[in-house]
Design a protein around this ligand. Sequence first.
Ligand SMILES: [Zn+2]
Length: 246
Amino acid sequence: MKADPFAQLKLLDIAEIDARVLRLRHALKNLPETAEITALQGERKKVDDTGIDARTRRDDLAAAQAKAEKDVEAVRLRRGKEQQRIDAGQVTNPKDLERLQVELATIDRRIAVLEDEELEVMEQLEAATATAAEIDARVAGIDERIAERSAARATRAAATEAELAEASEERGPAIEGMPQDLLALYDRIREQSGIGAAELRARQCGGCRLTVDPAELGRIRAALVADVVRHDECGVILVRTAESGL
Ligand SMILES: [Zn+2]
């Protein structure tokens, strides 16, 4: 293929824009915050899972405490009724009175035991509540970091998208007036290997960074300036400039 040397030179500008677009698209797909957020979400799940046990224990103990309270209350009520009977002088028989006194003493002991139990449950409940609250606070802390990283990701994505739009807009004017066959060849190579054209600079291919071997250099040297030459190794269109070292 033959093409105006100036058009060949312009391929380098187009290649620069296309490389930028490729890099920005890649950056958009691989925003560093995404990996950070994924890691934080994993950490959040782990911490939150330890909270399931803590919260269940707290709720169980709260139920146990409520029950203990009710038990004490019920026994106290019974004691109050017996005491009332005595106070009202309803029990006159000395033997009955004695039996009642013994029963009251038994109830008092029962109340003391129940109160001890209630106290123990309350202490456990306090500890379990603190543990659950600590885990909840850790989860909330991670949520805050996730929100902060999400905001940072959105900011970076927006900036990258703006750069991408800018680069894409530059492509139109850059390809204006380019020979269709040269551009079609360039695009085909670019779609296959990512780079369509590169400068031959100091005998090195700007596409694959390999030094062009002497035999091929000889062929390039012998080619006309209008000839479109490609690197045998990687296939890109080699654009010759004053710096090519030919
Ligand atoms: Zn190459």
